[in-house]
Design a protein around this ligand. Structure first.
Ligand code: FES
Length: 104
């Protein structure tokens, strides 16, 4: 089991546990505000945009090419931006902290 903490757009901190699937799926299943996952995780909506806590960025890694193209359309992009449907829970560092990047 991995622990993943989300800081929502309301500044609420929610820690979830998971072992498989994508981080987006984990967030949606637990109603994390600001993570919608509209495209179902195929990297074409950017409604799963998060900012990775800087200390975890190296382990999580930079966005892939398609992911980057998608992020270009999103406001609020910074060097810690990732689309969390592209991060597998199994590959995520334990204790990962993600800030929801949505603007609601
Ligand atoms: S869920 Fe659509 S890009 Fe991540």
């Amino acid at each position: 089991m991995k622990k993943i903490t989300f800081i929502t757009t309301d500044n609420e901190t929610v820690t979830l546990e998971g072992s498989s699937g994508s981080v987006m799926e984990l967030a949606v299943a637990n109603n994390i505000k600001g993570i919608e996952g509209n495209c179902g995780g195929v990297c074409s909506c950017a409604t799963c945009h998060v900012h990775v806590a800087p200390e975890f960025m190296k382990q999580v890694g930079k966005p892939g090419e398609i992911e980057n193209d998608m992020l270009e359309f999103d406001d609020n992009v910074n060097e810690y931006s990732r689309l969390c449907c592209q991060i597998n829970v199994a590959d995520a560092p334990d204790g990962l902290v993600l800030k929801v990047a949505g603007e609601e």
